[in-house]
Every structure is written in structure tokens, then in C-alpha cells.
Design a protein around this ligand. Structure first.
Ligand SMILES: Nc1ncnc2c1ncn2[C@@H]1O[C@H](COP(=O)(O)OP(=O)(O)O)[C@@H](O)[C@H]1O
Ligand SMILES: [Mg+2]
Length: 224
């Protein structure tokens, strides 16, 4: 990584290294405690699917944060593996539900058929979470998010739609641009990063349509 110096000689690279180091340390702490909790639950025979699911989601999120921290150090290699399409999508959708908070959102998930896909699981999960988070944010109070998956023409095809507010026609070709956001506290990085990660793995994402009734995204993932 080239060192970037600002006018007042503040070493940004050093600061990034320092912050990544601190984040990494705390990720390990959280992961360790999640494992301890899991062990206690198993040993005590405490059966609660929602607690088990919450712990799994915490660990998955920690893996994604670790991957992002690794990206800061420019060691962002895709860690491709062969995964089951259906399982992978169901896990990612579950993780996204954390963003629903107090909205009244119905999820309809239908995975028609499955096969093995070849992709970095954490990167795919983080893309699906980004898309569903956007879908949740587009719904003001009450709405519906549909996730449809199928294997078609050598691809795992994933369609994610919501019935929230429309993306204005003149903005539809800007949503994948770096930094484009319509939200007050948005970053505008989510979709840009999704596209970049997917394209680097022979996968793709596109906006199929956005109108008053529905906004629909399609993701294509190559089969193994
Ligand atoms: N499902 C969606 N419904 C409506 N608008 C969306 C949807 N997904 C993305 N957008 C639009 O695309 C923009 C960019 O999304 P994103 O890159 O995730 O950045 P951010 O969420 O930080 O704004 C959003 O600000 C929003 O205007
Ligand atoms: Mg977003």
C-alpha cells in the first residue's frame, strides 16, 4: 500500500493499519465469546432456535467484518469455494433480517431448485445483505420483500424485489456509481462494492426494474 500523506503530514496509511489492528482484536474477542456462549448452550441442553440463529448470524457478520478489514490492507483475495446455492441464500436472507427493526415486513422466499455454485461465500453473503438492507430501507413502514432463486442456463439466478419507494427513472443508471446515495446518512458504497465483488468472480448484478409497484434486482452466480 502506498503511503498517503496529507498536508499536515498525517500518515493515513499508518492510521488505517492501527485502526484495522484494533478492529481485528475486537473481532477475535467477539468471536471467542460467541463460541463460549455456543458451548454453554450445547452443554446445558438449552434449545432455542432463535438464540442459536442469533449466534450464527453474529459469527457470520464477524467473518464479513474481518474480510473487509483485510481489504483495507489490500489483501482482498477472493476465497472461492463450492457451495450449495439454496443453503447459501437462505443463510444470507436470515442475516439480513436484523435490519428490519420495527418495520412490518413480510419475507417471501422461494428457491425453486439448487446446485453447487462457485463463489466467495462471505462476499456473496455481504452482497445479498446489502441488497436486502436497501430493500428494507426503501419500505417506509409496511411492505414485502420477495427472494426467488433458481438454477438456469449454468447460473444460480437470484431475484430480490421489494414494494417500497421507486428509484426515480433518471437515477436508475447511477445506483451502481461509487458514492451515489439518496439517503441522508447513506454512503453510496453498497451497490458499487456488490457489483465490483461479483464481477471479479464472473458473477453479476443488475437492476431489472424499478417502478411504483416493485423494485427488482437480479444476481447471476456461475455454477461450479
Ligand atoms: N431497493 C431499493 N429501492 C429503492 N432505492 C434503492 C434500492 N436499492 C438501492 N437504491 C438506491 O440506490 C442508492 C445506492 O445504494 P447503496 O449503494 O446501497 O448506497 P446507500 O444505501 O448507502 O445509499 C440508494 O441510496 C438508493 O437511492
Ligand atoms: Mg445500501
Amino acid at each position: 500500500m502506498n503511503n498517503i500523506k496529507t498536508d499536515n503530514n498525517f500518515d493515513v496509511t499508518k492510521q488505517i493499519r492501527f485502526v484495522s489492528h484494533e478492529i481485528r482484536n475486537h473481532i477475535s474477542v467477539c468471536d471467542m465469546y460467541a463460541q463460549i456462549l455456543k458451548k454453554h448452550i450445547d452443554n446445558d441442553g438449552y434449545k432455542n432456535p432463535s438464540v442459536e440463529n442469533a449466534l450464527e448470524c453474529i459469527q457470520k457478520s464477524l467473518q464479513i467484518i474481518s474480510m473487509n478489514v483485510a481489504d483495507l490492507k489490500s489483501i482482498n483475495i477472493n476465497n472461492q469455494s463450492v457451495l450449495d446455492f439454496k443453503t447459501c441464500i437462505e443463510k444470507a436472507v436470515e442475516l439480513s433480517k436484523a435490519y428490519v427493526e420495527d418495520k412490518d415486513i413480510e419475507f417471501e422466499i422461494f428457491i425453486k431448485n439448487t446446485s453447487m455454485i462457485k463463489i466467495d461465500e462471505n462476499r456473496l453473503t455481504s452482497c445479498i445483505v446489502n441488497i436486502i438492507k436497501n430493500a428494507i430501507e426503501a419500505i417506509e413502514i409496511k411492505g414485502k420483500i420477495c427472494v426467488f432463486g433458481e438454477i438456469k442456463d449454468n447460473y444460480g439466478v437470484l431475484k430480490i424485489s421489494n414494494n417500497g419507494k421507486q428509484i426515480p427513472n433518471d437515477k436508475q443508471d447511477k445506483i451502481f456509481d461509487y458514492g451515489y446515495t439518496s439517503k441522508q446518512s447513506g454512503s453510496g458504497y453498497g451497490l458499487h462494492i456488490c457489483k465490483k465483488y461479483l464481477n471479479s468472480q464472473n458473477a453479476d448484478i443488475e437492476l431489472v426494474k424499478s417502478n411504483k409497484a416493485e423494485t427488482l434486482f437480479k444476481i447471476m452466480i456461475p455454477l461450479a
